[in-house]
Write a protein that binds this ligand. Structure first.
Ligand code: ATP
Ligand code: MG
Length: 374
């Protein structure tokens, strides 16, 4: 017995009352069996999209062509997908169409891994034709059917394999891993956005050994980078996403992220971190950051002494950036500085104040600025 949320049970019940089979399926069943709280619940049913739309008053056409209707409930949206099998795969990624089928087993057969190919209904019990429960118990990822066929159909599954291995802390069955490695070159068929999304999830969950194992996909996706055990270690232990990318890809991080169409802020921050060179003082280094928060910067740096130094300066109320100096641009102008000199003078005063925090006073700084000017 699995305990489904009341609204999922009620949704399945309603479909059953109208004569259709309905099950919770995929990731939610896997997570419940592991004792985890599922992020969302997917339902699979013999009802056709038009049936689902007729039964529930509030729905959205999410992917009618693929059999998916979103049922809008007060508790949240639930995707209901008609039992289906996929047509032939044309380009290592997309099936040339889908066919609705009448049995749940055929629907489960199209799914990627045995642990993702289980369904459960309070009325009908478990459906587990591929040994998903046993693999879950043994913490093993294995494709449904021949891995060579399944990865050739859809290369995204190769990325999902390594991502789930990190996310669930599962081993990969030998032949499944062998074929994933063999076919890693076909990852070029996966869209850049999907590659970025999967690698982000992988990085979020991965330990250093997960990253080492996934090196084969990193090599396929970013052949220009050379990876080391040390990079993997640092990328795994860094708690900031930009820092993970910076450790993993080094100076190539920004170009790779740009290519993968990552968000701008992440690209810029990863670039800032990957090109970081230690300056004279940690407070100045932090103040020079444009895209990275101090929190993410220290997560990247993993230098407790530097972080403590910065924190204690902050706690004491010392100026943390040029804007907190007791003088401003207008003061510099009054002293005779102009154009670029104004910013440069303020920068130098800031360095002076970092070294002499007690001297952040207007009269002192005006005097120091005069020396600079002379
Ligand atoms: P999570 O949501 O925790 O990432 P999930 O298993 O729910 O994991 P989804 O991407 O939400 O993953 O997909 C839902 C289900 O659809 C999967 O459990 C799997 O059965 C199936 N699935 C998703 N993507 C594929 C794919 N590329 N090939 C085959 N089956 C897939
Ligand atoms: Mg899911």
């Amino acid at each position: 017995m699995l305990s489904l949320p009341k609204h999922i049970e009620a949704l399945c019940q309603k479909l059953e009352e109208k004569g259709f089979a309905a099950y919770a399926v995929g990731g939610c069943v896997r997570d419940l069996l592991c004792g985890k709280t599922p992020g969302d619940y997917d339902v699979t049913s013999s009802a056709l999209p038009a049936d689902v739309k007729g039964i529930f008053p509030h729905t959205a056409d999410t992917g009618i062509a693929h059999g998916t209707v979103t049922v809008v409930l007060p508790e949240g949206n639930v995707e209901v997908t008609t039992f289906r099998k996929d047509g032939d795969y044309k380009d290592s990624r997309h099936p040339d169409g889908v066919t609705f089928v009448s049995h749940i087993e055929a629907d489960l057969a199209r799914r990627d891994f045995t642990v993702n190919a289980m369904a459960y209904s309070p009325l009908r019990g478990f459906v587990d034709p591929f040994g998903g429960k046993a693999d879950l118990q043994h913490k093993i990822l294995r494709t449904v059917g021949d891995p060579e066929v399944r990865f050739s159909e859809d290369a995204l599954r190769i990325l999902r394999l390594y991502r789930f291995s990190a996310q669930l802390a599962f081993e990969i069955e030998e032949k499944t891993e062998m074929m994933a490695r063999k076919l890693s070159g076909t990852l070029c068929h996966v869209s850049r956005e999907r590659i970025f999304a999967e690698l982000s999830k992988l990085l979020h969950f991965a330990s250093a050994s997960d990253l080492e194992r996934a090196e084969v996909i990193f090599r396929a996706v970013m052949p220009e980078v050379s990876f080391s055990a040390d990079d993997f270690e640092k990328a795994a232990s860094c708690t900031a996403m930009a820092g993970k990318w910076a450790h993993l890809c080094g100076r190539a991080a920004a170009d790779i992220l740009r290519h993968l169409r990552a968000p701008r802020k992440l690209i810029r921050s990863a670039e800032e971190l990957a090109t970081y060179r230690k300056g004279k003082h940690i407070v100045a280094d932090v103040s020079a950051l444009s895209y990275t928060t101090p929190h993410d910067f220290f997560a990247f740096l993993q230098d407790a002494a530097a972080e403590n130094e910065w924190l204690s300066a902050k706690k004491k109320g010392f100026p943390m950036h040029v804007g907190e100096l007791a003088v401003c641009g207008a003061d510099m102008k009054a002293l005779g500085f102009s154009g670029k000199e104004i910013g440069e003078a303020l920068e130098r005063l800031f360095m002076y104040v970092i070294e002499n925090p007690a001297n952040n006073k207007k009269d002192i700084l005006m005097e120091v600025a005069t020396w600079i000017y002379k």
